[in-house]
Design a protein. Sequence first.
Length: 417
Amino acid sequence: MLCVLRVVVLPGPDVTSDVSVIYHGWSEVLSGGTYPLHDVTWQYPPAAALAVLSPGLLPFLGYTPAFFTLVLVADAVVLTLLLRAGRPAPAPRSGGRPAGAWVWIAGVPLLGPTAYARYDLMVVAVAVAALFAAARRPRLAGALTGLGALLKVWPVLLLTGAPLRGRRARALWGGAGGAAAGLTLACVAAAPGALAFLTFQRDRGTEIESLGGLVFHLARPFGWDGTVLLRYGSVEFVGPGVPLVSALALLLNGAALGWLVLWRVRAREFTRTTLYDAAFTATLLFTTTSRVISPQYLLWLVGLAAVGMTVRGGRQGLPALLVLLATGLTLLEFPVGFAHVVAGDPRGVVPLALRNGLLVAASLSACRRLWASTRGRPAGRAAVVRARRHGGTLIGTRPRITGPAPAPPADRSARPG
């Protein structure tokens, strides 16, 4: 808060300009009864209007201070949810772990003022609440997921590890679909241009902070004659080879989707941590392979990593640590070293390359751990025979005895003859 209020000033561009200029301008357009139809920087689903208009709840503060205050409240909500979920429970329940809260406490400051100068933290609060509600209140969790998807699309990935059959699955998927459809219809009916963001997203290119952008950072010293321009709300590369790299990024997105589908088909064992681990892994994959990696995207990963770290038995500890390191490097490249990133200087490119390398390593590690945690052990023929012989049902790899225990064999020495 001290950073966004300019009490503590970090080197680099003023990250609060998006709030004071862009968000405030959008709020005035939205208040007039229409979406920003002709503004290509409007890259968000229709419910994002709720976040942009939310500072109107505190009119006595002015738009920008009110926005920062609401983000502060969202930060407190996330921390409260993580602290509650991380409390130990009385026996025989094991409760949660405080590690998740510490991941959040570390991750938000590591990103610097960007964490409070974008509305992404509000979306993370919705996503965290949805994940924690999934176990006991699946309909509410589904509704929150639908709301999150209409705020910034990526929360739809929370359903990656959701059950597909049963009453809980119907409540979760039905709540998500109903909330998303209802909100979309309401937004379309309320103002024209609710779906204009789809065209603007389609036309985006390769942003200079993305994984694909490293290709052109490395090509610059060898005579690549392209340039950088501010387009669609971010700084992108423009020049030879950019369309090809953008197409390859889309192919990587498709490969990530294909791997997730293969994982769901091959997964044998779903535990209480699978929903959290799958949501984190899917979001990490799509963030890393995206044509655009804006600094605030790291908040999504920090929030989902924190949720996974609250649950005992979670397997994503190493990827969560790598994400925290990547978040700290993100602060070094934006806003501190952003001028050097734009210019292609080593002072900007080196932290950026390290950050993207950590995201790749975290993605590979998260995929491997998610795959291993749900593969289980295939039951051998002997286990199946034993289960049937004892009147039991095979659960995973162990037979569960559902009938009376078999009688012990008679003592052969007591038989005549």
